[in-house]
Design a protein around this ligand. Structure first.
Ligand SMILES: C[S@@+](CC[C@H](N)C(=O)[O-])C[C@H]1O[C@@H](n2cnc3c(N)ncnc32)[C@H](O)[C@@H]1O
Length: 204
């Protein structure tokens, strides 16, 4: 968050990220995490330049029988940040039809922009049947990252992907494999080291 504030507008870049779950920030408590998530989502979107997009990969959680819809949370933050939704995709984490008893079998992949509007001729599927390999438990799937990076490549002039909560560095590695520059930031120095080491192969 400090890095985002200091960086200001990320000229020439789009953001592809996945904000941490409440389980990753236990010291905040649930209500504190809700406020933190909202602030982080708004700040992230405000950092995106007019020529870029903000893409979020988020997985819902179930707390004692109550679903916490992170797709809706990011969408509400976008309204406050002055952005509109360009797409909302569902990424399957398990084959459709799998019963998972309160663990979301899907993730949301949501794209937002202030100015850009995509051409529907370049539309890609709304449901990704397989998000791809996840380098870590809370990591994004490689195929979901490919989808997000390709959207940036075809729908924007930005050629740098920023992930301010980069974790294992999945989207950074995918961006580099597709020929894009990538900048990752994480509170954990250990995750930053991991992210630097990650490399993936993707078909162009
Ligand atoms: C959901 S994981 C990101 C996973 C990543 N997108 C990937 O594919 O590997 C969230 C990351 O946010 C980091 N994090 C938590 N709080 C943070 C903060 N205040 N600033 C930056 N990073 C933070 C955690 O260390 C964790 O690596």
């Amino acid at each position: 968050m400090q890095w985002l504030r200091a960086a200001g507008t990320l000229a020439g870049a789009s953001v592809v990220t996945s904000l941490p779950d409440v389980s990753e920030l236990p010291a905040l408590g649930f209500d504190g995490w809700l406020r933190w998530f909202d602030e982080a989502a708004v700040l992230t979107m405000q950092s995106v330049p007019d020529e870029g997009v903000a893409i979020f990969f988020q997985s819902d959680v179930n707390r004692a029988g109550v679903w916490v819809d992170k797709g809706a949370m990011v969408a509400r933050a976008a309204e406050r940040a002055g952005m509109v939704m360009l797409f909302h995709k569902i990424v399957c984490r398990k084959p459709p039809g799998t019963l998972t008893y309160g663990r979301a079998s899907y993730s949301h992949l949501l794209g937002f922009a202030r100015v850009l509007r995509p051409t529907l001729r370049r539309a890609t599927p709304d449901v990704l049947p397989d998000g791809g390999v996840q380098p870590g438990v809370k990591a994004m799937g490689v195929l979901a990252c490919v989808d997000a990076c390709r959207f940036v490549m075809t729908g924007t002039t930005t050629r740098t992907i920023v992930d301010p909560f980069c974790g294992w560095g999945t989207v950074l590695a995918v961006a580099n494999a597709l020929g894009l520059d990538a900048i990752g930031v994480d509170l954990s120095a250990r995750m930053c080291k991991r992210a630097r080491r990650l490399s993936v192969t993707v078909g162009r």
